[in-house]
Design a protein around this ligand. Sequence first.
Ligand code: 15L
Length: 249
Amino acid sequence: MLRPMLGHVAETIRVSDMIEITDARANEEVVLCDLSNKAAVEALVAGCDGVLHLGGRSLEDTWEVIRTSNIDAMVNLYEAARNTGKPRILYASSNHTIGFYPQTARLDARSPTRPDGFYGVSKVFGEALASMYHDKFGIETACLRIGSCKPEPENHRMLSTWLSPGDFVRLVERVFTVETLGCPIIYGASANDAGWWENSSVDYLGWHPQDNSEVFRAKLDAAMKHPGSDDPMVRFQGGTFAADRIHED
Ligand code: 15L
């Protein structure tokens, strides 16, 4: 979804996946990589000025899958960054780091985490790892707690969590050009009237989300019923992730 909108951010963009990428664009160079392979990650990161880290498992899963994709892979990424010129990193964290908060709570970057599953716990780990590599080695990371990055909100919860692709790209531009980034927590949501999260601690980035999910409310109201008040989709910020059972091997 983002690749067609990101072409201008660098002269060469090295895109990576575990499976073949067949639609490489003019300034994209493809490097296949399994992020749990330490040597492969080091080769992937070598020579990069910046890393937009969207890899890993992005949904709840067994601990084994989460550990391989989101814990081991993160250590491999940060070790590779430390050994290859310390590129700045934008790390796709998630709203599932705080998913067990009720939807009535209003959060900012200082709110304690309340992960809603193994996946959310792995994202908290990633934020802690980024913080340690910043303090110890000076690697800068934007820890972006993405809400729901979709072309448009798909349900009423996403009226609060929606991050438009355009606002994401505008954030990428700021993260990789601001003089000093540090290692901030950023809530990844557009300028939604129904939003829950406060981002004033990252005003210095100069990121100004422009989109607002409210324009989709009538369409959603017509397409689906509001869930009942005891439904996880209206109780928890993480929605159904908070009600997911533990995934067993
Ligand atoms: C996430 O972290 C997931 O990666 C994504 O698939 C969405 O489900 C999103 O959160 C969300 O909470 O809507």
